[in-house]
Design a protein around this ligand. Structure first.
Ligand code: BDP
Length: 603
């Protein structure tokens, strides 16, 4: 799916700004043919939760309504006009001038609809009904229940089966873009480079509809100079002496696509892309033929006031902080991040592990590795959850959206699912097949495994290209005891290394809750000293394991969660506070990471 941009044939109307907003108490039905019965407004894009002083709004589970009005300039009325949501969390029903025009479920992927037939000359009224409900059929997974209040009205409740606040709303940009009637629908780019000769082939596939007689593709270099051009919807274009896209050293080409009728250019679209080769072999993760070492983070889209909403200055700051620390990568835990963030990573050379919304696929949550002595353990996860359809959908939509991004180096199909329980393999095998089939660039695939999924009990490791572990020895297990944690870390990594000598291993989570400003001369848990000791311990072990190819700690910054006895205003495992102030450990990690080269660390 193409990102909306302006080109000589396309323009954009950004609907960011103040929208009417109300929660639906489900007492009086909302009549969509009339203006929304409220004068309250909120800012879009952003989560709705933290924009008011009302606890009722913040904690609302159920339906909410948004409304705005817009006009379309006369000059544009003969163009094809498309309304596009960067996301709508988690389910949306969209009405234009009182008529339902589209519906979408899944809160972190874009969707769009052509609106010409519903437009009127006067103000156009755009109304969106949203649901933030999650259950056993959705991703993420929530425990859903209903009750009645004293007046007999329905009260809905979502208990998140995951460790982040269930922020919702119109969290990403809402735009209308124009195209001519005959237009470019999609572009797929598959670069392949011969590392010996430095010559690249770029397979280009263009989907277009309407009246046109020719497709032209030109590849421009970063300075905007044409390198090669060709004609046809399917082509293989050659670039000699290619500039590679390297981690932290990005180089972006642009595929400029035109469709032409009678010699006249009808529609133009420019898609940036990078040329790089990603391979997994002999226990290494190779970037352009050299072993890559992941240094970085699991993150969240989570900031003050915006909630999970698009916050570009913070995205820019976060990547600058990463680069300053010598980090080179992050995972979009636990959902696809904004398209704007992906484009930024393309530019900045930040390597991304791109994750679906599959979090909470486990009914017996815990961290006790000894819970399952035997290796044919079975809980009811794969009987109770009905997420297969949502899972296929998010894989399809994520790959469709992100397939051309140079920054995307691997897909994460799920986070911490019950892969230790019987039934997991049957659930995951078709999903991995689907991802591998759909990705034109055939990137590696993984899932991040929870502690209870050990080398002995994990049933699905055969499906992954890279073993990605979320581990909390010394925190959830043996809290405060770093000696035992060091041994457990080493023993487990060695076992993985021996059992799967061809698979690279990395940590996609490890961390300790740390209250900024809390110090302890005994290095007690929650202190800044403990956090540093914890990371020093883990780093020491990582360096001993030959196939260990990366450390992505948990978490970049403190973030908001639901209430719980383990959470004081959220999760405090950030190495930065939620305001992006560094905790003590940042100096240690910066020293470590600036010394570790991005390529060639583990030979
Ligand atoms: C893991 C989850 C992550 C949590 C983290 C933690 O993948 O979402 O925030 O642990 O407990 O289970 O801090």
């Amino acid at each position: 799916m193409l990102y909306p941009i302006t080109t000589p044939s396309r323009t954009i109307l950004d609907l960011s700004g103040l929208w009417k907003f109300m929660i639906d108490k489900e007492v009086v039905p909302i009549d969509v043919t009339k203006p929304l019965p409220t004068e309250n407004v909120l800012s879009v894009p952003a989560s709705f939760n933290d924009q008011t002083a009302s606890q009722e709004i913040r904690d609302h589970s159920g339906y909410v309504w948004y409304e705005t009005t817009f006009n379309i300039a006369k000059a544009l009325r003969n163009q094809r006009l498309v309304l596009r949501f960067g996301s709508a969390t988690h389910e949306a029903w969209v009405y234009l001038n009182g008529v339902e025009i589209t519906h979408h479920k899944g809160g972190f992927t874009p969707f769009e609809v052509q609106i010409n037939d519903y437009l009127q000359d006067a103000d156009n009224r755009l109304t969106v009904k949203l649901s933030n409900l999650l259950d056993y059929t959705t991703l993420p997974v929530g425990h859903y229940s209903e009750s009645k209040d004293d007046a007999g009205h329905i009260v809905r409740k979502v208990d998140e089966n995951f460790d982040f606040f269930n922020y919702a709303g119109l969290q990403r940009p809402v735009k209308i873009y124009s195209t001519p009637d005959a237009h470019i629908e999609d572009i797929t780019l598959v670069p392949d480079v011969d590392l010996a000769t430095q010559a690249a082939t770029v397979k280009t596939t263009v989907k277009a509809t309407g009246e046109f007689d020719e497709v032209r593709v030109a590849i421009l270099d970063q300075a905007g100079k044409e390198v090669v051009r060709g004609t046809g919807a399917n082509q293989e274009l050659q670039i000699e002496q290619v500039h590679l896209w390297q981690p932290l050293n990005a180089y972006l080409y642009v595929a400029k696509v035109e469709i032409v009728n009678d010699g006249k250019v009808i529609d133009t679209y420019s898609e940036p892309f990078g040329v790089r080769k990603i391979e997994v072999k002999h226990g290494q993760f190779l970037f352009n033929g050299e072993p890559f070492y992941f240094k970085g983070f699991g993150k969240h889209e989570d900031t003050y006031v915006h909630g999970r909403g698009y916050n570009e200055p913070v995205n820019v700051l976060d990547l600058n902080i990463m680069k300053d620390m010598g980090a080179n990568s992050f995972r979009t835990s636990h959902y696809p991040y904004s398209e704007e963030m992906m484009r930024l990573c393309d530019r900045e050379g930040i390597v991304v592990i791109d994750e679906t919304t599959a979090v909470g696929l486990m009914v017996t949550f815990g961290f006790d590795v000894n819970m399952f002595a035997d290796d044919d353990y079975e809980d009811s996860t794969w009987k109770e959850l009905k997420t297969q359809a949502a899972h296929r959908q998010v894989i399809r939509e994520l790959i469709d959206r992100d397939k051309n991004h140079a920054c995307v180096a691997m897909w994460s199909i799920a986070n911490e699912a019950a892969t230790f329980s019987k039934g997991a393999h049957e659930y995951f095998e078709p999903l991995f097949e689907e991802a591998r089939k759909l990705d034109p660039q055939k990137r590696p695939c993984t899932y991040t495994s929870i502690m209870m999924a050990t080398p002995k009990t994990d049933n699905c490791i055969d499906l992954v290209d890279v073993i990605a572990l979320n581990r909390y020895y010394g925190w959830y297990i043996g809290n405060g005891d770093l000696k035992t944690a060091e041994k457990a870390t080493r023993d487990e990594l060695k076992t993985y290394q021996d059992k799967y000598p061809d698979k690279p291993i990395m940590y996609t989570e490890y961390g300790a809750d740390t209250v900024a400003g809390l110090h302890s001369k005994y290095g007690e848990p929650f202190s800044e000293e403990f956090q540093e000791d914890y990371y020093r311990m883990a780093s020491k072990v990582f360096d001993e394991i030959p196939n260990f190819v990366g450390e992505q700690l948990w978490n970049f910054a403190d973030f908001q969660t639901k209430f719980g006895i383990q959470r004081v205003q959220g999760n405090k495992k950030g190495i930065f506070t939620r305001a992006r102030e560094p905790k003590m450990v940042v100096r240690y990690l910066k020293r470590r990471w600036t010394k570790i080269p991005d390529l060639g660390y583990k030979k």
